[in-house]
Write a protein that binds this ligand. Structure first.
Ligand code: HEM
Length: 179
């Protein structure tokens, strides 16, 4: 996973819980990088899981809820850093349709070693369906990113999530509709 994601996670943890907590997470989770993340570096996603687990132990908040909250925050960061991704989309649906074939493709051009999930989208009546598949267990991150996108475009939506596969963390179906 790219350092930009780790750095943002570190910033958010520091802002919400303080620098001492972030330092303690690095020590307790024994991440091989020692927490020295650079934006363009690439680090094993297991480090993110270890940090999340340590933060969950400290706060009593589940790793899934932490990941969701982080995803929501991360959407704002990514949309500012990569304005092309959100520009020109009048609504969230055309944006999400462009995620797999345009947004993450451009991300891969910038970071050839990026580890990206895949998305398939379709309309089912008035429900927009997005299937998430990844080698990494980050469906809750996708959930949070979707919530970030929902607030970016405004309006009222209902979001439902159905787990797929072994644990629902690597594959999930999201259903989004206007309410
Ligand atoms: C502004 C739009 C977006 C940009 C520029 C963007 C870019 C990125 C980048 C740079 C990464 C890190 C890749 C790596 O660590 O190697 C990433 C990962 C990821 N993206 Fe996006 N993303 C965007 C929107 C979204 C949205 C809306 C979703 C959810 C539906 C999403 C789902 C994910 C997930 C879950 C990952 C973690 C990797 C995985 O699950 O396998 N992204 N994205």
């Amino acid at each position: 996973m790219k350092g930009i994601v780790f750095r943002e996670f570190g910033e958010l943890v520091t802002a919400r819980f303080g620098e001492a907590t972030w330092d303690a997470l690095i020590t307790e989770s024994k991440v091989p990088s020692g927490g020295a993340y650079t934006a363009v570096g690439t680090y094993p996603h297991e480090e993110a899981v270890a940090l999340l687990t340590a933060l969950s132990r400290k706060t009593g908040v589940s790793p899934d809820d932490l990941l969701k909250a982080f995803g929501e925050h991360l959407f704002g960061v990514l949309s500012q850093r990569f304005p092309f991704a959100v520009a020109g989309h009048a609504d969230i649906f055309t944006f999400l349709e462009s995620l797999d074939g345009v947004v993450h493709v451009e991300v891969r051009k910038l970071y050839p070693d990026a580890e990206l999930p895949s998305f398939v989208t379709r309309w089912q009546g008035d429900v927009f369906v997005l299937e998430y598949r990844s080698q990494r267990p980050f469906a809750s991150l996708a959930d949070g990113l979707l919530r970030g996108a929902m607030s970016h475009w405004g309006g009222r939506y209902e979001l439902a999530r159905h787990p797929l596969g072994r644990d629902g963390a690597r594959e999930a179906i999201f259903e989004l509709r206007r309410s």
